[in-house]
Write a protein that binds this ligand. Structure first.
Ligand code: ADP
Ligand code: MG
Length: 338
């Protein structure tokens, strides 16, 4: 296949990229003059081929867990890896397109705080995403099991890593859409963000779902910005919800809240009340006041949870805010904090 020729070609529209993906057919191309080849094999498909892992090469190990996007296995492929198997039903060509679009997002991420994407199995029915295996714990279990060992210097460092990884993804035009403490791993003083972009594949795994019932996976709602909660309904597909960079910032606010309070806000309320309180954007404010986290920490949660998306800071602004937090050896304004 033709090698990449210029940077401009990379900026092709997603629609063109899609066409390129479909038209991959090396046997046929060998017969064609070079000019036609470079037009026919878009750069996209060339790049995707580099990330294709034949399913047979993977050694599937123990099942680690099952989330809404299918099963995650520990496995081996040139060492230890995590393998996310996607169970697809229905129109495979449609799914393959969606899947490849997400893989396109993954392949262009290189940041210390973002999971290492190693490749994908792209031949149906075996669709899988292969990433590095994260040792250590998720922030979810860490804040619930070891809250006492998390002092402000530590939480600030964790938050700074998340903010760096997130501002990198946003600079790349990638909206995470599922930032939550279960998707952030912490190991040897380093944060790794996982599972961004999988929402683009909701259509792929949600076939046959009932259009009369609104299903909200456990623990999801705490990370959803009010503009998203307001749009949710049985008729609305998840990939149609108004995710945005600002909605990612809202979700970060919840992670920051968890880091200091050791759990989710409003956890004791019944689900109907949560939807109402979170959807109105105001319900969490009282909770926040009651949580007594200290002025500086509360200010960051509060600005990330702004009901108006435009009032939320960007991740670059958050980096500055974290930098300005007082160091542990100075007293915070809230005397009970230490
Ligand atoms: P969730 O994020 O809601 O926990 P997932 O489907 O993303 O659901 O993950 C299923 C399980 O696999 C979880 O226990 C998660 O911690 C684990 N897991 C996911 N990705 C990795 C990874 N790269 N390395 C190690 N464990 C992982
Ligand atoms: Mg996950």
């Amino acid at each position: 296949a033709a090698p990449p020729t210029s940077h401009q070609e990379e900026a092709e529209s997603p629609a063109e990229a899609e066409r390129g993906l479909e038209e991959r057919d090396e046997d046929e191309l060998e017969e064609l003059p070079t000019a036609i080849i470079s037009r026919k094999v878009s750069q996209t498909s060339v790049y995707l081929q580099e990330w294709d892992i034949p399913y047979e090469q993977l050694q599937l190990g123990e099942l680690i867990g099952k989330g809404r996007w299918g099963k995650v296995h520990k496995g081996r492929w040139h060492g230890e890896v995590a393998i996310r198997l996607l169970e697809v039903a229905g129109d495979q060509q449609e799914h393959l397109k969606l899947f490849k679009k997400e893989v396109m997002n993954y392949r262009q991420t290189r940041h210390d705080n973002v999971i290492l994407f190693m490749g994908a199995c792209m031949v149906p029915p075996h669709l899988a995403i292969v990433t590095s295996f994260c040792r250590g714990a998720t922030l979810y279990s860490m804040v619930r099991e070891r809250a006492a060992t998390l002092d402000l210097n530590r939480t600030r460092q964790i938050a700074r890593d998340i903010v760096n990884g997130m501002s990198y993804l946003h600079a790349k035009g990638i909206v995470h859409k599922d930032l939550k403490s279960k998707n952030v791993f912490y190991h040897t003083n380093k944060v790794v963000i996982t599972d961004f972009g999988l929402f683009g594949m909701s259509g792929l795994v949600q076939q046959g779902r009932k259009k009369t019932v609104l299903r909200i996976p456990h623990g999801w709602i705490y990370y959803l910005a009010p503009e998203i909660v307001k749009q949710m309904g049985p008729e609305v597909d998840e990939d149609q919800l108004p995710f945005s960079k600002a909605a990612d910032v809202y979700a970060f606010g919840t992670v920051w809240y968890e880091l200091h309070s050791g759990g989710w806000p409003l956890a004791s309320q019944p689900v109907e009340a949560k939807i109402w309180l979170l959807g109105s954007g105001e319900g969490v404010r009282k909770e926040l006041a009651d949580a007594n986290l200290g002025k500086e920490i509360t200010e960051i949660v509060s600005t990330c949870w702004s009901p108006e998306a435009s009032a939320r800071p960007t991740f670059s602004q958050l980096a500055g805010m974290l930098e300005r937090l007082p160091k542990l050896n100075r007293r915070l304004s809230h005397p009970g904090h230490f």
